[in-house]
Design a protein around this ligand. Structure first.
Ligand SMILES: NC(=O)c1ccc[n+]([C@@H]2O[C@H](COP(=O)([O-])OP(=O)(O)OC[C@H]3O[C@@H](n4cnc5c(N)ncnc54)[C@H](OP(=O)(O)O)[C@@H]3O)[C@@H](O)[C@H]2O)c1
Length: 340
């Protein structure tokens, strides 16, 4: 016996990837409902070798459904997640709405799967921001060995992190650059993204940081350890899929780069590709469609006593969203619902 699973946002970047991953990982699905807004009523989406027709989330009855994977943005989540949760369906949400709620666990299964026990307070589990998810997978095993005191991270985030409209904008602007009769239209991003980089993701905060940067700080503390200090600079780059991060950590105990590489090689969800030669590292284009968080360019930071630098790349639609959500569903199934 398997689960009755809902994917809300099935026409979006993350929702489509959720359907792919549920099928790829052979999640025990008895029945699957693909939901989106009324705008895309009847749109066909793929689930393994099946084609599903999307239904309207607004009129959907969640009664009798076990798990709902939500990828519909905070506004719609605010309206529909409580309805699903109240009907007895456990919501695993990709928006930022519930991430900082003390009554909602924020989970990256490789790091804090035990937090699943807290799901019952609201019947909701939150999935972290894409940049946080891949970073904490790498930080956790290093923290366990040498206790991380401080993290300095700069991100290189792909346009798919801004949804399907973000991908369309990079595509349209790139075509317009080569067509002198077309204007370059800026809609989703704050400035031209094609052949450019933008040091601004989400809204500005009072202290000059952005909300995206604040999310990396707050979420790392909630998922790994509240004592870790994080400072982040989040940058949008003209890459379709795959987020990259340059990470510097300072640890309490000395950690040699070779030992750190060995620890990461053994760590769940991590793949180390780190040859000190031309091309001996992973770039975002190579991680698309993969489950792993890739680590390269690992080296000692010689400017401090206990420091390391490394490069961290992952498919933001997978580990940063859909894969992590499905992994949470797997933990929920194995430890709590126990049907599959
Ligand atoms: N992309 C990432 O890397 C990433 C990572 C982590 C978290 N997230 C989060 O995941 C969520 C979805 O992101 P995305 O990149 O998949 O966005 P997207 O490509 O723009 O897709 C949005 C999806 O939400 C649906 N939707 C929007 N408003 C709705 C409403 N009122 N009622 C029903 N359905 C509605 C859309 O349906 P229609 O097609 O019918 O409009 C579409 O299926 C967001 O909360 C985002 O912050 C994204």
């Amino acid at each position: 016996m398997g689960y009755r699973v809902v994917v809300a946002g099935a026409t979006g970047n993350v929702g489509r990837e959720m359907l792919n991953i549920l099928a790829e990982r052979q999640f025990p699905v008895d029945e699957l409902a693909a939901l989106a807004s009324r705008r895309s009523l009847g749109t066909e989406v793929s689930f393994g070798d099946q084609t599903l027709t999307t239904k309207d989330l607004d009129t959907f009855d969640f009664t009798g459904w076990d798990i709902a994977l939500f990828a519909i943005g905070s506004d719609a989540t605010k309206k529909y997640a409580p309805i699903a949760a109240k009907a007895g369906c456990v919501v695993i949400d990709n928006s930022s709405l519930y991430r900082y709620d003390p009554d909602v666990p924020l989970i990256v299964p490789e790091v804090n799967a035990d937090a699943i026990e807290g799901y019952a307070k609201k019947n909701i589990i939150a999935n972290p921001n894409c940049s946080t998810a891949q970073m904490v997978v790498a930080l956790k095993p290093l923290h366990d060995r040498a206790k991380i005191k401080r993290v300095v991270v700069s991100t290189y985030q792909s346009v798919s992190g801004a949804g399907k409209e973000g991908m369309d904008e990079l595509w349209d602007q790139t075509k317009a650059v080569y067509n002198p009769t077309s204007d370059i239209e800026v809609k989703k991003f704050q400035k031209q993204i094609a052949f450019n980089v933008i040091p601004h993701i989400d809204s500005f905060m009072d202290d000059g940081s952005t909300k995206e940067e604040w999310k990396m700080v707050a979420e790392t503390k909630k998922i790994v350890d509240p004592s870790i200090k994080v400072t982040a600079t989040c940058v949008r780059v003209p890459v379709f899929v795959g987020h990259s991060e340059s990470i510097n950590i300072e640890t309490e105990d000395f950690l040699d780069e070779d030992e750190a590489r060995d620890i990461l090689r053994e760590a769940p969800g991590v793949m180390v590709i780190d040859k000190r030669e031309d091309g001996g590292y992973v770039t975002p284009i190579e991680c698309v469609g993969d489950f792993a968080t890739f680590i390269s360019r690992l080296r000692q930071d010689s400017t401090i006593d206990n420091g390391l630098n490394f490069w961290c790349v992952s498919d933001n639609l997978r580990k940063g969203a859909a894969l992590n959500a499905v992994q949470i569903a797997e933990v929920l199934g194995q430890r709590v619902l126990k049907k599959g």
